[in-house]
Design a protein around this ligand. Structure first.
Ligand SMILES: Cc1cc2nc3c(=O)[nH]c(=O)nc-3n(C[C@H](O)[C@H](O)[C@H](O)COP(=O)(O)OP(=O)(O)OC[C@H]3O[C@@H](n4cnc5c(N)ncnc54)[C@H](O)[C@@H]3O)c2cc1C
Length: 458
């Protein structure tokens, strides 16, 4: 490293952090830019999204979930990745971070010119009685997934409780049912996946029951009981006690901002780090990307937190291009997401009915039932498409899909329509494909748009 070499430090070596590092490296060689990334965990550049499939054994080896390893990939890019190194303090006045080497316990300062904060999220852990018992897991990092799988192998739990029915909770329910564990799902809401409108949530509840999950909806968790050895033995809810030798918390996540906030980096109204479109924070040397950074919702216009790998990779890329001397902006989010619940696929984009009304829209929604293939074609299965439409203008504000094979990825066409502020009439006119093995002649998406357009014009 020469005297004029700039120093880029990255905190958090997963989706956002390593996207930023690799984009910066593409634009600046090692003589121009020294890049060092720290992660407190045992893995970098991994697929957290694959954790439920690793727990169930669908994915056998943990290595399969590591997309790029420090030894075989990052070293060759001249990007130093230090695992098991936790950044415990950022000193912006001196331009240094204090790093704790978790194995040796030694602490060391590292100087930087630019800093990317990509610390992700932390699982919400309510301060409930007994929450510290052994066998209660949050599932956020690959280390969490490895620990959970090892616990299941060592303790062979007969009963498990998932607390919270976000998509991670549902995926974990499916994983545990597949392992033969009697799985209970507790949620304070009256339906699973509360982001979905109630009519669509009911279809998901049915799918969960079908593969054996016992649902305890409209119930609050009040605490946890533990045996003499300190291992969890039951979950206490507002309605009773459910025996469990394993608990998975799926209560959602919150942005991991404590380190940056303590250094004086501004946190926005959503609770995530405030950034501009180039991913710059309130502090000139500090950038943020991924789950820890605030996003602007393109339909509501509000600042939101959304924990999705799709956003994290793109935001990291934008930060890295800018850090490498280029120019890029992040255009905001719709929260487009998909999940598999048994044989059912669930997907959403944009605003649900309640969210739209909260954002000041008057909505008119349509629900359209169709099939995934031409009705006569073998394998045709039901699919339900819901469109949330602005009354009067016919603008598409959001969409939800629940259905069998081939249903979820149809959300992408709807996401493009929402993104481009299209009306349902415009969507109806788009030249989408058709052949009997893939859809009816009126594709479920177009059929839903037609229904909405008919309603608007009647
Ligand atoms: C089970 C599961 C399933 C998911 N499925 C999907 C999906 O299907 N589709 C989708 O789009 N998204 C999915 N996600 C969300 C997606 O994984 C995250 O949005 C994405 O990983 C966020 O990337 P990130 O880089 O911002 O944060 P993370 O991937 O969380 O990485 C942050 C890193 O920072 C490290 N770190 C934190 N603090 C420090 C510190 N002080 N010092 C050093 N290191 C630190 C952590 O160890 C971690 O490795 C899923 C998440 C989970 C948990």
């Amino acid at each position: 490293m020469g005297a004029l070499t700039r120093r880029l430090l990255v905190i958090g070596a997963d989706a956002a952090g390593m996207s930023a590092a690799s984009q910066a490296r593409r634009r600046r060689g090692p003589d121009d830019l020294d890049i060092m990334a720290f992660d407190r965990g045992n893995f970098s550049s991994y697929s957290a999204c694959g954790i439920p499939y690793f727990v169930s054994g669908v994915v056998d080896q943990v290595e399969t979930l590591i997309v790029r390893s420090p030894e075989t990939f990052w070293d060759k890019q001249s990007i130093q990745v230090h695992l098991r190194h936790e950044v415990v303090e950022i000193d912006l006045d001196r331009g240094v971070v204090l790093v704790d080497h978790r194995e040796s316990g030694h602490q060391r300062e590292h100087g930087f010119d630019d800093l990317v904060v990509a610390t992700g999220s932390v699982p919400v852990r309510p301060p409930l009685p007994g929450a510290g018992a052994e066998g209660i897991f949050g599932v956020q990092t690959l280390d969490d997934g490895v620990a959970l799988r090892a616990y299941v192998a060592d303790h062979t739990p007969r009963q498990a409780v998932i607390v919270g029915s976000g998509y991670v909770g549902l995926e974990m329910a499916e994983a545990l049912c597949a392992l033969g564990v009697e799985t209970h799902l507790v949620d304070a809401a009256p339906q699973p996946l509360s982001r979905l409108d109630p009519d669509m949530g009911a279809l998901v509840a049915e799918a969960l029951r079908k593969f054996g999950t016992v649902l305890h909806l409209d119930q609050e968790v009040a605490g946890f009981e533990a045996g003499a050895g300190g291992e969890v033995s039951a979950v206490v809810t507002s309605e009773g006690t459910i025996p469990a030798q394993l608990v998975v918390l799926g209560l959602g996540v919150r942005p991991n901002v404590a380190l940056a906030e303590a250094a004086g980096v501004e946190v926005g109204p959503s609770g995530a780090i405030a950034v501009d479109q180039r991913m710059r924070t309130s502090q000139p040397a500090v950038w943020a990307a991924g789950d820890c950074a605030e996003k602007r919702h393109r339909v509501s216009g509000r600042f939101v937190t959304v924990a999705l790998g799709t956003h994290a990779n793109k935001e990291g890329r934008v930060a890295g291009i800018n850090l490498g001397g280029g120019y890029a902006t992040f255009p905001g989010v719709l929260g487009t997401a998909a999940a598999k619940v048994g044989s059912l696929e669930v997907a959403t984009t944009g605003l649900g009915e309640a969210e739209a009304e909260l954002a000041g829209f008057v909505t008119d929604s349509v629900l359209s039932e169709s099939t995934t293939r031409a009705g006569y074609f073998p394998g045709a299965a039901p699919i339900t498409v819901k469109l949330v439409v602005e009354q009067g203008t016919g603008r598409l504000l959001g969409a939800q899909i629940v259905g069998k094979e081939g249903a979820a990825k149809r959300i992408d066409a709807l996401a493009l329509a929402v993104w481009n502020e299209m009306t349902v009439e415009e969507l109806l006119g788009v030249d989408l494909s058709y052949a009997p093995p893939f859809s009816p002649v009126w594709d479920p998406v177009v059929a839903a748009a037609r229904r909405a357009a008919d309603r608007l014009s009647s």
